[in-house]
Design a protein around this ligand. Structure first.
Ligand code: ARG
Length: 460
């Protein structure tokens, strides 16, 4: 295989072992489409600067277009090359041998690989943006469908206060909207063309960088050729957004897994997303959620790998940087797959209201509501907290519920407690009683659902 750098070396092919060890083709072949697109823009730039005749330009563009067609049809295969850039060069040489000798004029693989990854990322990020939007829409639909269902809310994995199931679901919509913003921010910083940076110092040829950038649809060109070929912070930033999103999906999975097991039993997940046990006939396991939770480990590792790879690398390009792509592609693939899977699972979720109601018949979950009731009657919060704590302790010892206590007994704990307190001891009153913005009050949750429906419809 002809190398892109043979001249300085003695004749003879690269040792097979060395090639096998150093090739990145298996990983960077996913960049072939972008390498062709970027090379076409480079060819146009070269022609514009007078380094290619219009005949040569046509020949090269034709060869690159035919490679693109093969790639799109899934018919492109290559092996034995150092990397995707060498493979593309070799293909063009086979189609336009003379013109191909000029194709690499004024550019380096150091900038090429950065540019290809940026083109790849633009598409990958747009796809992820859409996937997050779809998952958010599925969540909003579920919240709307189950808008009056109430479940126990937890802190420290202990029953805390009743919440609308829709409130929990809408909390995921919020969390995902921040993920979406993070990816969008990264998109902006990624949307910069580095071509014209050369190996590290730029080029002595008159290459119109703005022209190349516009051809490729980038918003801007980079300002420092050394930075352009050496940094990988955009990749780290994208993977960091992916890692945070994966952790979010993992936490959401954990909630759904927990709420689905019989010990909680508040929701049911569609059987299509569960599997059985080869041994235990009764099992219906939420494997897809467990896999989403598990896959986040790989995305976190990808971020770790990238940062460790970069730390301590001198400017500018070092071959170590080739190792950035595997974790990068894997992270983006994984987060996209998990988003898609979660968007499939969400519409199959059903709330088991009766079970939730049974759990909330244990009235300690309304303790905070009683304390705030007392505060509304002018009792200091500390006093109120102590009084209700006393009620809970007493009921625990007796093995009874709060509503089993008579008004007289209740007044023994605080004089301001009166008959209307019994009306607080049910899930509906508890959620309706919330007054702050962003609370689980059904009116406020309803408004949030409406707001997000509108927002998501606009974004498409
Ligand atoms: N495969 C290489 C990478 O991913 C492409 C750049 C190679 N540059 C070089 N000077 N060897 O980093």
């Amino acid at each position: 295989m002809r190398k892109l750098w043979g001249g300085r070396f003695d004749a003879g092919d690269m040792d097979r072992k060395v090639l096998d060890f150093s090739t990145s083709l298996n990983v960077d072949k996913v960049l072939v489409k972008y390498d062709c697109i970027a090379t076409k823009a480079h060819v146009e730039t070269l022609a514009r600067a007078g380094h290619l005749s219009s005949g040569e330009k046509k020949e090269l563009l034709k060869a690159l277009s035919s490679l693109l067609v093969m790639v799109e049809k899934g018919k492109w295969e290559a092996s034995g090359f150092e990397d995707v850039h060498s493979a593309v060069q070799s293909y063009v040489e086979s189609r336009a041998p003379r013109a191909a000798k000029k194709m690499h004029t004024g550019r380096s693989r150091n900038e090429q690989v950065v540019n290809d990854v940026r083109l790849y990322s633009r598409e990958a990020l747009s796809k992820i943006d859409g996937l997050i939007g779809s998952l958010q829409s599925a969540l909003v639909d579920l919240a709307e469908k189950e808008r009056d269902a109430i479940i126990p809310g937890y802190t420290h994995l202990n029953r805390a206060q009743p919440v609308l199931f829709a409130h929990l679901i809408m909390s995921y919509v919020e969390m995902l909207s921040r993920d979406r913003e993070r990816f969008r921010e990264a998109f902006k910083r990624n949307d910069v063309c580095v071509m014209g940076s050369g190996a590290l110092a730029g080029s002595a040829l008159e290459l119109d960088r703005v022209f190349t950038s516009e051809k490729l649809g980038f918003s801007d060109i980079s300002s420092n050729s050394m930075d352009s070929v050496s940094d990988r912070d955009i990749m780290a930033e994208i993977v960091s957004a992916a890692a945070i999103a994966s952790v979010h999906l993992s936490r959401m999975s954990e909630d759904l897994i927990l709420y689905g097991i019989p010990e909680f039993g508040f929701i049911e997940i569609g059987s299509a997303y569960c599997t059985g046990s080869s041994l235990m006939p009764q099992k219906k396991n939420p494997d897809m959620l467990e896999l989403i939770r598990g896959r986040s480990a790989g995305v976190i590792s990808a971020l770790n790998s990238l940062l460790i790879l970069l730390k301590g690398l001198p400017h500018t390009y070092n071959r170590d940087l080739q190792e950035d792509k595997k974790p990068f592609f894997e992270a983006l693939f994984s987060v996209s797959e998990c988003l898609q899977m979660m968007a499939g699972i969400v519409p199959t979720i059903k709330v088991r209201r009766k079970r939730a109601q049974e759990v909330m018949a244990d009235e300690f979950i309304y303790a905070t509501d009683i304390a705030e009731y007392l505060v509304r009657k002018g009792v200091s919060f500390r006093e109120a907290h102590d009084a209700v704590g006393g009620i809970v302790k007493y009921c625990c010892e007796k093995g009874i519920n709060i509503s089993d206590l008579s008004i007289k007994e209740l007044k023994g704990f605080n004089r301001s407690l009166s008959g209307d307190v019994y009306g607080l001891l049910n899930p509906a009153s508890s959620v309706k009683g919330k007054r702050t913005q962003g609370s689980t009050n059904p009116k406020m949750v309803g408004r949030e659902i409406a707001k997000w429906k509108k927002k998501l419809a606009k974004k498409g």
